[in-house]
Ligand binder design. Structure first.
Ligand SMILES: Cc1cc2nc3c(=O)[nH]c(=O)nc-3n(C[C@H](O)[C@H](O)[C@H](O)COP(=O)(O)OP(=O)(O)OC[C@H]3O[C@@H](n4cnc5c(N)ncnc54)[C@H](O)[C@@H]3O)c2cc1C
Length: 415
């Protein structure tokens, strides 16, 4: 079954890249997934494969030597990766997001000519690192406070400073759940420009090299699911980065976040892939086609058939919204598109776990043994609706408000 539904609706590049991701996923990532899950270790070999296949530069523009894939193409490819290793798809998303924010999103933003020129120079360095040196980018935004939910400025601060005659910033703060901590070459850190009266509008997106003085990874990592993401704590103490480390010009991240909300739904493909994997496993299991399992077919029981039908219905509902979301992505979406986006994001995250739950119930006791992938899919799928800023709760919150209030509308105060 094709992850994108009807493959005839895809562009040749989409078909080709999804096929490539599928081959890597099936032949290499899936066989390694159990070990990385057991050890909670980062799958460095998967990234060596992604690098060799050219997929680290999937969203680097062609003019900079990349594959030039757009948002839609990327999320389809990422869903195929998620089908074979959820943790790899999740971290791959952080890397690719650094290219989308500075690429497709930045191209759609309003900038002064000076900002545009500065951004062009900065992103040329950023892309050269990926294309020529195969650098891997992480995206540590969360701090454990209200900032990652979009409700307060980041506590991590960047103070303007000149070191050795080079203008730049000194960055200090602490990021929790920094996926790829200790594995990435560069951390794309969101921080607040340290100036009097700074607000969320002063968010700054800086590329901090992992080897820079003052960068430290700490704490352990032993979570329920998505264990291969290695999401430990990142501490930054007076880390100097030059101005060219800006992934967006000063003040532009706020505009980017407000005008291109689909970027906050880029984790959905991972969970679309996991939902597909749980369904794929169930069908293979009931048909007695899982390698290494005794050949005991279970598909003949009407209860199993009904359960699989329910799973398939939920899977196709999930896919329909996922695809709509993938193709809707644009700068300045209208209010209805924003609401469809929230509804789609919520649905993919919640349905992925529900499909995994149904898969375990339907396949039965043996299917939850750690020698099979289903229990991992079940645990990994639980993590989707916890990801800020669009957790399931915050999607409901926002959607409820946006359905009932026009922009700027408030209730009369009740005396
Ligand atoms: C496997 C995994 C990998 C991750 N990788 C990264 C990463 O690489 N980079 C990164 O930046 N983050 C990452 N995260 C972090 C993630 O996005 C969340 O930030 C993190 O899980 C928040 O944890 P918390 O318990 O401190 O959340 P809290 O802030 O305590 O929120 C808990 C819940 O309360 C609700 N809530 C929070 N604020 C509000 C509000 N203002 N109004 C109403 N409800 C609210 C939300 O539903 C949220 O789920 C990762 C998380 C996981 C599970």
């Amino acid at each position: 079954m094709h992850i994108a539904g009807n493959p005839r609706l895809l562009t040749p590049q989409q078909r080709e890249l999804i096929e490539l991701a599928g081959a890597l996923g099936r032949e290499r990532f899936a066989p390694r997934a159990a070990r990385h899950d057991r050890e909670a270790s980062f799958p460095f070999e998967n990234y060596a494969d992604l690098r060799e296949a050219g997929l680290l530069k999937i969203c680097v523009p062609r003019a900079h030597g990349g594959l030039g894939a757009d948002f839609t193409t990327y999320v389809l490819v990422a869903a195929e990766l998620g089908r074979h290793c959820g943790a790899t798809a999740l971290t791959f998303n952080l890397h690719v997001s650094s290219c989308l924010w500075s690429g497709e999103v930045a191209d759609a933003l309003a900038m002064t000519p000076a900002q545009r020129a500065e951004h062009e120079a900065g992103r040329a360095l950023h892309y050269a690192g990926i294309v020529e040196r195969g650098l891997l980018h992480a995206q540590p935004f969360s701090e454990g406070g209200a900032a990652a939910a979009g409700k307060a400025p980041y506590d991590t601060l960047a103070r303007r400073a000149a070191v050795g005659g080079v203008d730049g910033y000194l960055v200090s703060g602490r990021k929790i759940f920094a996926s790829m901590a200790g594995a990435a070459d560069v951390y794309g850190v969101l921080c607040t420009l340290d100036q009097p009266g700074a607000t969320q509008r002063d968010a700054l997106y800086l590329a901090v090299p992992a080897q820079a003085a003052g960068v430290q990874v700490e704490g352990d990592w032993d979570p329920l699911g998505m264990r291969g993401t290695a999401s430990r704590t990142l501490r930054l103490h007076e880390v100097f980065v030059p101005q060219s480390a800006r992934l967006l010009p000063e003040g532009l991240y706020w505009q980017a976040a407000a005008r291109f909300p689909h970027m906050f739904a880029t984790h959905t493909p991972t969970y679309m892939g996991i939902a597909q994997a749980a369904y794929d496993f169930t069908v293979a299991y009931l048909r007695a086609e899982v390698p290494g399992m005794p050949p005991v077919p279970r598909r003949q029981y009407p209860t199993k058939q009904i359960a699989v039908a329910e799973m398939r219905i939920r899977l196709e509902q999930t896919r329909a919204l996922f695809l709509q979301n993938a193709r809707d992505a644009t700068v300045d979406p209208d209010p209805d598109t924003r609401m469809r986006l929230l509804a789609a994001h919520y649905t993919v995250m919640e349905n992925a776990h529900d499909i995994a739950r149904l898969a375990i119930r339907t396949c039965g006791g043996q299917a939850m043994l750690k020698s099979l992938p289903l229990e991992r899919l079940y645990r990994d799928s639980r993590c989707g609706s916890l990801m800020l800023p669009w957790t399931a709760e915050l999607c409901l919150d926002r959607l409820g408000r946006e359905c009932l209030y026009e922009d700027g509308e408030q209730d009369e105060a009740i005396e």
